[in-house]
Design a protein around this ligand. Structure first.
Ligand SMILES: *Cc1c(COP(=O)(O)O)cnc(C)c1O
Length: 377
């Protein structure tokens, strides 16, 4: 009989940098008398992250959703955008807020990213872009997607909320698109409390975005775009600078945790892991996700999720429900279940497990033993 955890175990815990160091940063901010509007901390963070991601044209935002909203607007898209139903609501909502119609494309059964072999059949005269997601940090087939986009003159956009520092053939994942969005929400490995970023291919588009994130203000005399407030503040930026220093240690811990999970679960019938793309030369370590095949394991994902709760373990059914099931999407032709067979199957199988540096190896082992024990209930 395995005892329940005394304290709840969640799927993640944010990085908290040393409080004394944060206090020092706060002192600097207090002395500067500046709290927002592209201050010293924000500029330092932008510079540092540009260097880490090896990109030009990077802008930090107050969150990833506003970043994507502004980025899409700066690209002047129209009509339809081909995207995935297997993502967080922000991806699809940002399209709709830009008066764009999402066209759902089914996903690959192994990577759970957009199925590149099904994109072309969805392209119409109204299609203006492909918005794909590097789901759980696994890179999409960026080369094939670019090839399709070139052939049909479409823009390529990625939601890389899970893919901070992911590299594809030793190149930054942000270098394969017209626009890539990152999220720095505290559930993400690297965070700024709340925050996000955009990376642009085109410098003119980036210049428009700079104005859009500041209400469309060009200068003190002119407002030229219908912008919004996408600015991050100095306190969040300072926090981000300190979190950056902790991220590699966090990744090392997560690697150990991932290896422990895999070692304990690899031989369990009906449990499988996300298949990594061979071109993924650096991983983000954002999530550890398992798939539960009900027929082979004997119990469903939903059963396991509910059982875990009884032991104070709170896993997540990412990304349930599919975006194509949202009330404001479900009447789209592309949202029909018969059009999305793989996504509709995968969404019943996926479970994101507790995954953060502070998790003890003994706790990981206990979580695995619990999962194994559920089979015999
Ligand atoms: C976290 C997340 C977002 C939203 O980012 P915020 O910074 O919270 O606005 C968007 N897309 C995906 C896939 C995410 O996981």
């Amino acid at each position: 009989m395995i005892k329940k955890f005394l304290n709840p175990i969640y799927i993640t815990r944010p990085i908290f940098p040393d409080l004394d160091k944060f206090n020092e940063k706060l002192k600097t901010i207090w002395q500067s008398k500046i709290l927002s509007n592209n201050g010293v901390q924000c500029q330092a963070l932008e510079k540092k992250i540009s260097k880490i991601l090896k990109v030009d044209n990077l802008q930090i935002f107050n969150n990833g959703t506003i970043a994507l909203l502004v980025g899409l607007k700066s690209l002047h898209l129209s009509g339809e955008v081909i995207t995935t139903p297997f993502t967080f609501p922000a991806t699809v909502n940002c399209l709709i807020w830009n008066n764009l119609t999402p066209v759902f494309c089914d996903i690959d059964k192994n990577t759970m990213n957009i199925d590149v072999n099904k994109i072309e059949s969805l392209i119409t005269s109204k299609t203006s872009a492909i918005l794909a997601v590097h789901v759980f940090g696994t890179p999409c087939d960026v080369e094939k997607i670019q090839e399709i986009a070139n052939k049909h003159k479409l823009k390529v956009i990625y939601d890389a909320a899970h893919a901070f520092e992911t590299e594809f053939n030793n190149k930054s994942i942000a270098s394969f698109s017209d626009l890539t969005m990152f999220s720095f929400h505290p559930t993400k490995l690297f965070h700024t409390g709340e925050g996000g970023a955009l990376v642009f291919k085109n410098t003119d588009v980036a210049a428009e975005s700079r104005m859009l994130k500041n209400f469309g203000i060009k200068n003190e005399e002119e407002v030229i775009y219908c912008g919004i407030n996408g600015k991050i503040n100095e306190i969040q930026s300072a926090l981000g600078l300190l979190v950056l220093n902790c991220r590699n240690k966090e990744r090392k811990r997560r690697k150990l945790i991932k290896d422990t999970y895999q070692k304990m679960l690899v031989e369990i019938d009906g449990i499988s892991f996300v298949e990594r793309n061979k071109s993924e030369t650096k991983s983000s370590y954002q999530y550890f996700v398992i798939r539960i095949n009900k027929d082979k394991f004997g119990k469903s994902r939903n059963f396991v999720y509910e059982e875990f709760k009884k032991y104070n373990v709170f896993t997540r059914k990412y990304f349930y429900p599919l975006c194509s099931e949202y009330p404001y999407c479900k009447d789209l032709k592309s949202a029909e279940k018969v059009m999305l067979p793989v996504a509709n199957r995968v969404v019943e199988e996926v479970l994101a497990m507790p995954f953060y540096g502070g998790l003890k190896i003994s706790e990981v082992k206990k979580i695995c033993n619990l999962l194994i024990s559920f089979r015999n209930l």
